[in-house]
Design a protein around this ligand. Sequence first.
Ligand SMILES: Cc1cc2nc3c(=O)[nH]c(=O)nc-3n(C[C@H](O)[C@H](O)[C@H](O)COP(=O)(O)O)c2cc1C
Length: 189
Amino acid sequence: MKKFYLLAFALVSVFALVSCQDDFDPDYPADEIQYDGSRRILVAYFSQTGNTERLANQIVEATGADVYRIEAAEPYASNPYDDSDRIQNESYNDLRPEVANLPDNVEDYDVIMVGSPIWWHNPAMVVCTFLESYDLSGKIIVPFFTYGSTEYLQQSIDKIHEVTPASTHLRTYLGGDVEEWLREIHILQ
Ligand SMILES: Cc1cc2nc3c(=O)[nH]c(=O)nc-3n(C[C@H](O)[C@H](O)[C@H](O)COP(=O)(O)O)c2cc1C
């Protein structure tokens, strides 16, 4: 029965991704920044099944940014639906799973583009652990997500804002051409 619900969730999610992406208009603080080619950019992402990694790689290709993959100290199942109860518990209880590989130079960057799947209505909580491990005040944070449906996209954006309260936040990726989005938010010229 559980498998049936998970399959049904996956199918509804894929349908919702295809049907909702165009009309989503997120409420985000429209912080205006100017392009500055001297900014150091880090793309930091978590990905379990490769979707967020693919998007992260496109951003890296477009920007030439450094890249860092967040790894959980206690790894998730290679099919994360097998870890659904754990993931739901972490999300619903706002837990902070440990990061296995925290770099010590994150505060050297001016821009942190941070990527995550949406897992049970929030970013993967290990991404929040990563962000809260540093003083990111004054940094530019650009969240990006992959997901089954946009229903919890705003909540996920809000969560990233909540754990980086003293940072400047730029608009998340909403589908379409990655370079065009990066130009619109003045990360690319
Ligand atoms: C346990 C679990 C929970 C998920 N919860 C959501 C969710 O709440 N909302 C959503 O839109 N997608 C949800 N998804 C779908 C993932 O966000 C989507 O497959 C994502 O692209 C996976 O990224 P990855 O390949 O980088 O790991 C969930 C997936 C899993 C495995």
